[in-house]
Write a protein that binds this ligand. Structure first.
Ligand code: PLZ
Length: 444
């Protein structure tokens, strides 16, 4: 490693370099095959916009650990808070003896999550675990069992969460049976829906089948991602989310927003529901909440959350004190550095440059998203047919030039821009220059 780390994209070796390749070799004999890595480049350090690998390369990071390091990787305030807390105590388990950090994180959630009503939260460790607990709340509060999820949804990899996740391979293949009484309805996917379909029409299409096949009175909750993440950065048509919510209200079902990927400033608002003026009954958060430490939460209307009996929530690590300290620091950074505005600025740069790219290449089917959550759908020129092979070649070409870009989407054909919200804008511009070069090379 060079003693001073470069502050720009910098390649000292090919990608992956020899040290990363050697570790990949060791990995093959001890790490389970089912664990994939999009870029087999081993990390040595990371900051607001760069990932430094063990071969001395500096890659521009457009993935931020799948949308986690919104405040930057190893953000100094977060690191200080972790050190301070870890020096006092690392764990007690809230079920044994509580600590102030847990209460303080729940206070922050109560004030930040949309809605003026009284709110309560439970803290957990992973996104999937929070999804599972939101389902518990919905069932306890309504006395019903049916849970409804959308096509293209992603809610995690535990059994119940996998049942809610839409895409089979690789997530679900071979892992069934899944939890019962989960129902899937069509989503709103403006790029692929009939032209001009409004959000209300898409909602009617979704709910009509539900009324007929499940019966509104049996539904405990409808779970949505306000912008679908793994499914392809799909922004529903305006009015879709509120129409679903109205249906929930009418039928006594809970409207649950999975803001695990969209939450905490990512889309230019604290929560993506705010763009549609939708106030969910329950909001699920994780990822950016704790600046890189495992922490998740379910936050919701007090009377719904408190339908769960004393002792009905738990887990050894949920709301771990070091993760809570990290979350308090991360939230402070988001507030003091106005990261909602920063996300909007990133969005402006991304849309300006990527829309121009779409104008030049027919294979760029659509550029969509909000704030610092932007997807580029790659298609066969002259059609809307997904082209996952081209998307994969673009991603590999970008990676070879030192830009860590990933794909998403049910068809794997969406390039996803999910940088840290403190990425220096010149780095972002450089990353898009690289993508432009790769498009010119592979598309023309
Ligand atoms: N809900 C909306 O985005 C996690 C998954 C990566 P966990 N997304 C990244 C992968 O392939 O495993 C996610 C999400 C939404 C739930 C989850 C699940 O969160 O912390 O991964 O369990």
């Amino acid at each position: 490693m060079p003693s001073v780390r470069p502050e720009q994209r910098h390649l000292s070796t090919e990608i992956p370099g020899p040290r990363s390749r050697a570790l990949e070799e060791r990995r093959r004999s001890v790490v389970a095959r089912g664990v994939g890595s999009a870029v087999p480049v081993y990390a040595a350090a990371a900051g607001p916009g760069l990932l430094h690998d063990i071969d001395g390369n500096a890659l521009i990071d457009l993935a931020s650990g799948l949308g986690v390091t919104a405040v930057g990787n190893a953000a100094p305030q977060v690191v200080d808070a972790i050190r301070e807390q870890a020096g006092r105590f690392t764990h007690t388990c809230v079920l044994t003896s509580p600590y102030s950090g847990y209460v303080e994180v729940c206070e922050e959630l109560a004030s930040l999550v949309p809605g003026a009503h009284a709110k309560r939260s439970v803290l957990l460790s992973t996104g999937a675990e929070a999804v599972e607990n939101a389902v518990k709340v919905a069932r306890a509060a309504t006395g019903r069992t049916a849970i409804v999820a959308l096509d293209h949804a992603y809610h995690g990899r535990t059994n119940l969460a996998l049942g809610l996740t839409a895409k089979n391979a690789p997530f679900k293949q071979g892992f069934g049976p899944f939890a019962p009484d989960i129902h899937r309805i069509p989503t709103s996917y403006p790029y692929r829906d009939p032209e001009g379909m409004t959000g209300e029409q898409a909602a009617r299409r979704a709910l009509e089948a539900l009324d007929r096949q499940v019966g509104g009175d049996n539904v405990a909750a409808v779970v949505v991602e306000p912008i679908q993440g793994e499914g392809g950065f799909i922004v529903p048509a305006p009015g879709f989310l509120s129409a679903l919510q109205e249906w929930c209200l009418e039928h006594g079902a809970l409207f649950i927003a999975d803001e695990i990927q969209t939450g905490f400033c990512r889309t230019g608002a604290w929560f993506a529901c705010e763009h549609e003026d939708v106030v969910p009954d329950l909001v699920i958060t994780a990822k950016a909440l704790a600046g890189g430490l495992p922490l998740s939460a379910v936050t919701g209307r007090a009377e719904l959350m408190d339908a769960v009996q004393l002792g009905g929530f738990g887990g050894t690590y949920g709301g771990n004190p070091v993760a809570c300290a990290a979350a308090l620091a991360a939230i402070d950074v988001m507030r003091t550095h106005k990261l909602t505005e920063r996300a909007q600025a990133i969005g402006t740069t991304l849309f300006t440059r990527l829309d121009a790219l779409a104008g030049r290449h027919e294979a760029v089917g659509e550029v969509r998203g909000r704030g610092a959550m932007v997807g580029v759908e790659i298609v066969r020129p002259g059609s809307t047919l997904p082209d996952p092979e081209l998307a994969q070649r673009l991603v590999k070409a970008c990676q070879a030039r030192g830009v860590l870009l990933l794909t998403a989407g049910t068809h794997g054909n969406v390039l996803r821009f999910l940088p840290s919200l403190v990425i220096p804008l010149p780095l972002l511009a450089d990353a898009i220059d690289v993508l432009e070069e790769c498009c010119a090379e592979l598309m023309d």
